[in-house]
Write a protein that binds this ligand. Sequence first.
Ligand SMILES: Cc1ncc(C[n+]2csc(CCOP(=O)(O)OP(=O)(O)O)c2C)c(N)n1
Ligand SMILES: [Mg+2]
Length: 547
Amino acid sequence: MNGAQLLVSALENEGVRQIFGVPGEENLDLVEALRRSSIALVVTRHEQAAAFMAATHGRLTGRAGVCLSTLGPGALNLTTGAAFALLGAMPMIMITGQKGILSRKQAGFQMVDTVLTMTPLTKMVRQIVSPATIPAIAREAFRVAQQERPGPVHLELPEDIAAETVAPMLPVPPHPIDPPIAPREAVDRAAELILGAERPLVMLGAAASRPRLARALSDFVRRVQIPFFNTQMGKGAVSGGSGLYMGTAALTERDYVHRAIDRADLIISIGHDTVEKPPFLMGPNGSTVLHVGYLPATVEEVFFPHAELIGDVGPTLELLADRLEGKLPRAGALLDLREDILARIADRADESRYPLTPQRIVHDVRQVMPEGGIVCLDNGMYKIWFARNYRTRVANTLLLDNALATMGAGLPSAMMAAMLHPAQRVLAVCGDGGFMMNSQELETAVRLRLSLVVLILQDNAYGMIRWKQAVDGFTDYGMTFGNTDFVAYATAYGIAGTLVKGPEDLVPALEAAFAAGGVHLVTVPVDYSENMRVLVDELAGQTEQNS
Ligand SMILES: Cc1ncc(C[n+]2csc(CCOP(=O)(O)OP(=O)(O)O)c2C)c(N)n1
Ligand SMILES: [Mg+2]
């Protein structure tokens, strides 16, 4: 047995099924060990996409996804994915190669200090210097990656250590761990606060989307009957179809949902992670905020909770609901705002205009996506519209990144979702800018025989920044570009592409693409004049209303 085989057996021990990446010569022992293992090596066309896929595996399953690269250039290509997983709290293991560490036969060729590079981008980094340490390091890596707050871990496996012969060793067996539940006194104090509230409101934040939490959160909201809103990344944690859904805080202030937020005297903030663009701003005279989380809150200028309930969120909320159920006559105090908020959000959702409005695109996508269908967003202007207008009914069915907010993750995360949920409809929604940052992965998607549809919103611009430029009073400059013919581009990958040519054509185009199976590309021209009309002009009139 050599070091590489020992590492692969440790990965098998953790239940790893695939590793995504681009190998280099320093990984060849590892590749050979994978070839003889139960783990598939899935070659991508850029390491960044491999990291986005591995992180999304962690996000959707709670079990770390694994990616692989060579030293230097390959490892550096993983860094954006590392930051994506770190800010987004997604469990992931990155394994990178390195020249031998016991001698320097190629001098400094291709060498950068990857361990140091990865240090601020990960929860843990380790250079493996002896095969005998591999079973323990691998187990620790998965524990660290998966335990709260989840995130990425980097392991560097130098080629001489990978090749070194070692006596066979058994991996360290994993076991279930139950994190502690909040103590009784803390639950009592939180209950007291909620019982005394006049206008309580629940906020579901990013950590509310942890795969294991969906049931517990829905039970809590159902039992206490307090209306809720969510942050962008908390979307779907409790069914948006519920009569208690007040909206999504896609903007930081002044949106319709802020009418409820600003009027609440107590916000029960469950799983808020301040990596997200703030869902509201706390000020000196605002409402009381109770933070409920796996870990204590991070205090920021705009978020400084007055009370905290820390512990395993599901069971802790169950204890809290035991104390509150049936005892909250004012639970629904803010509910009379609900209808108006939701009606305003739905305004003009079916308007027939060409190019299509973002509201119409969100509306049409919702129509073709079944409840469990998964929409994966890249980053661009449409993210605000989807976060604000798309109603989710199942946890983790709108995957968006409001943490690193990197462009380029839409297609790779949709590919991972399609691998994990082959029976569901999976749609990647990308801008014409973000799509081109990882469009090469269409080849990987085709090779893997995935079923997914990629929807490109075409405005021939970095629309989001162009909009901000206009909002801030700058002259329109430097944000436009020419586009490839996306239908021809699809054809070059051997897949079908459709250009949406009229306002009524998006739904049939998406339906046909899903019905055909395989990978499809649909491109739709978008009219972003709505950004200014709604998100600036219309909402400006809201300031007074909300205060
Ligand atoms: C990797 C990366 N580069 C730059 C940005 C800054 N940025 C945010 S949105 C955006 C424009 C996105 O353009 P596009 O994908 O076409 O979407 P649109 O806003 O036009 O719908 C840019 C440049 C970013 N978030 N990530
Ligand atoms: Mg664009």
